[in-house]
Design a protein around this ligand. Structure first.
Ligand code: MN
Length: 260
């Protein structure tokens, strides 16, 4: 699926040039000030925002601050287009929480590279999240709001570990967000949809339990992490970590013997 970029720029000439150049690779939305950008965001899923700073109604700094402090949007990377010869303007831009800066006038190649970079960074983080057993959220460079959100989501699933009825509805309710916001945030922050996220956290918990108790029966382990069917649990585990739970336990034992 094509990634979606929102370009916010009050100079319509520049706006249409950027639009034309990005259009080949992305689905592009445009807005001529921060206020209009907010209404585009309300109705569309946007993967990256490129915004000018000086604009009427709502400027790029205000837009950026607003988005980075709103849980609905704080995960969307923002590239600010800064004016080259205004240092005070720049200092403010850096404090706004933007993810990248480009000085005007800029080459379209630089803009392209910056956007691509932000998108691949997101994909890489998502891949890491899925496969890493011990996960350091701090290493991810999320905004503190997103860091908090992800930690809360992990804790939330862990606190319902053995409850196989724990579902997306209850999850969203406990996170105090709508189901679609929960989906969008998890998707961006971890690359997983809501139910895959729940499964992933449960399987990671299963590893922790096996680390502590190497003689646990796989059927008991399955129930402990919210699976009603041990066979299904084993197959999910294998899909996620490329080995069966029994093989995981064996691998722990092998490492232990090598230590001795
Ligand atoms: Mn402007």
């Amino acid at each position: 699926m094509q990634k979606q970029v929102l370009v916010v720029e009050d100079n319509e000439e520049i706006l249409s040039v950027i639009n034309r150049l990005l259009n080949k690779d992305y689905q592009v939305f445009t807005a001529t000030n921060g206020k209009k950008a907010l209404s585009v965001l309300k109705n569309n899923n946007v993967d990256v925002i490129v915004s000018d700073i000086m604009m009427p109604e709502m400027d790029g700094i205000e837009l950026c601050k607003k988005l980075k402090s709103d849980i609905e949007y704080s995960h969307i990377p923002i590239v600010l287009l800064t004016a080259k010869n205004d240092p005070s303007d720049r200092a403010e831009a850096y404090e706004s929480g933007a993810d990248a800066f480009i000085s005007k006038p800029f080459s379209i190649n630089v803009l392209h590279a910056r956007i691509k970079n932000l998108l691949t960074r997101q994909d890489r983080i998502a891949r890491d999240f899925k496969s890493q057993l011990v996960f350091e959220i701090k290493d991810l460079n999320f905004t503190s709001l997103d860091e908090e959100f992800l930690q809360k989501a992990i804790d939330c699933v862990n606190s319902h570990l053995s409850n196989s009825d724990f579902d997306q509805q209850q999850f969203a309710k406990e996170m105090s967000v709508s189901k679609s916001t929960l989906y969008n945030k998890l998707r961006t922050l971890t690359g997983l949809n809501t139910s895959a996220f729940i499964t992933n956290i449960r399987l990671k918990a299963a590893c922790q339990i096996m680390n502590q108790n190497r003689t646990i029966r796989i059927s008991d382990l399955a129930y402990d992490v919210g699976f009603n069917d041990p066979k299904y649990f084993s197959s999910c585990f294998k899909k996620e970590f490329k080995m069966r739970p029994t093989e995981y336990i064996e691998s722990l034992t092998t490492v232990l013997q090598q230590d001795e």
